[in-house]
Design a protein around this ligand. Structure first.
Ligand SMILES: Cc1cc2nc3c(=O)[nH]c(=O)nc-3n(C[C@H](O)[C@H](O)[C@H](O)COP(=O)(O)O)c2cc1C
Length: 350
């Protein structure tokens, strides 16, 4: 594929060869290899609709949903297990849970609802999740991780993804062994975050470990972690040979990033203003006013990170109790024509 390049005014943008090309996962075709990573509290239905309005992604992932709760969840009232029909064909639902039975039952519901696929969360290192024997905690008992995957695999025919990380010690070998066992037990694709669990996001990811996972298996491997500009994207793809990338915080900061990197979309300051306002509308549409304000406040720090003096913009935007106040604050900020920085400092928001 010809290397695609453009200048967006804030830096030279390059989409590495291959990223904008399609890929097959399981038996399903995906239009490109840039995915929205799962993010609890940020990757909700409203945010995904915003991303979808710009387009340019291959797949979107939901934030993690509890496997135990999922079979009984009502999408009309659930804050997390909620979607638009139009997005199902490119939407993967992520689940966390401590045992094979509940994960398999959740996966069956996900298949019945028509999602593209299901993703097993073996990477979350948040204490509340690990204490329940879920997320990265499962990496401490590799046999259980494999058993969960095998049971899910046997229960559904949609693509099964596994998102995992290096583990609990700074040695990639256990993750490499697990990657092979995931492939042998029917995983269709892996999303790998090369950090040990206690690090959370405080230290840079070890991108070189993504290549070790890629070399160990034949199924597609998607890298993840600290891809904050087009140079990062090129570097990690070239350095690791991975099949694609899952973008987390950068997509919250700039929901058009997929369109920018795969379709040549060029944002202007108007794009930032529009996005901030549109997020209020979409949250209000999908969630009640109070919850919408709460969710908007989670979005603000990442969005503000794109501006010079983002900290004070963030503080200013957060001073609101209603959607109207949020909109007034947004309009106030954009009246001053804030300066955009090429690379947002997302490491401030762990
Ligand atoms: C607020 C927040 C919530 C997250 N929730 C999840 C989650 O539900 N499931 C998951 O696998 N990873 C979750 N992650 C981790 C991201 O998927 C991703 O691995 C991480 O942010 C690193 O990628 P990035 O540097 O592109 O942001 C979350 C990250 C953030 C910042």
């Amino acid at each position: 594929m010809k290397e695609k390049q453009q200048n967006n005014g804030a830096g030279y943008e390059t989409c590495p060869p291959g990223i904008a090309q399609g890929i097959t996962i399981g038996k399903k075709a995906v239009s490109n290899r840039l995915f929205l990573a799962p993010m609890a509290g940020l990757g909700h239905v409203a945010f995904r609709e915003l991303v979808a309005e710009f387009g340019g992604y291959g797949l979107l992932f939901t934030g993690m949903c509890s496997a135990k709760a999922l079979p009984h969840e009502n999408p009309a009232t659930s804050p997390v297990f909620k979607w638009r029909k139009q997005e199902l064909a490119t939407l993967v639902c992520q689940i966390f849970g401590p045992d094979p039975q509940s994960m398999a039952a959740a996966a069956q519901r996900i298949e019945a609802e028509g999602f593209f696929g299901v993703d097993l969360n073996f990477g979350c290192s948040v204490a509340a999740i690990c204490k329940r024997g879920c997320g990265a905690e499962i990496l401490k008992t590799p046999d259980l991780a494999v058993e969960i995957l095998a049971r899910v695999r046997a229960s559904v025919s949609i693509p099964v993804f596994v998102k995992f990380r290096t583990g609990w010690i700074n040695d990639p070998r256990p993750a490499i062994d697990l990657a092979k066992r995931f492939e042998d037990n029917g995983a269709d694709a892996l999303v790998f975050h090369p950090r040990v669990a206690p690090d959370r996001r405080s230290r840079p990811p070890r991108w070189e470990q993504i290549s070790l996972i890629k070399e160990a298996v034949t199924i597609p491997v998607f890298g993840n972690g600290n891809v904050f500009d087009a140079n990062d994207l090129s570097t990690v793809v070239k350095q690791t040979g991975c099949d694609g990338i899952a973008i987390g915080r950068m997509a919250v900061s700039r929901p058009w990033i997929f369109a920018q990197w795969t379709k040549g979309f060029t944002p202007t300051i108007g794009t930032y203003h529009h996005t901030a306002i549109r997020m209020t509308e979409l949250l209000a549409k999908h969630h009640g006013e109070r919850f919408a304000v709460k969710l908007y406040k989670k979005f603000i720090p990442y969005f503000s990170a794109s501006f010079r003096f983002g900290h004070s913009i963030c503080k200013e935007l957060l001073k609101a109790d209603t959607m109207d106040e949020l909109r007034d604050n947004i309009n106030g900020v954009f009246e001053r024509d804030p300066e955009i920085i090429a690379r947002p400092n997302l490491n401030l928001f762990l």
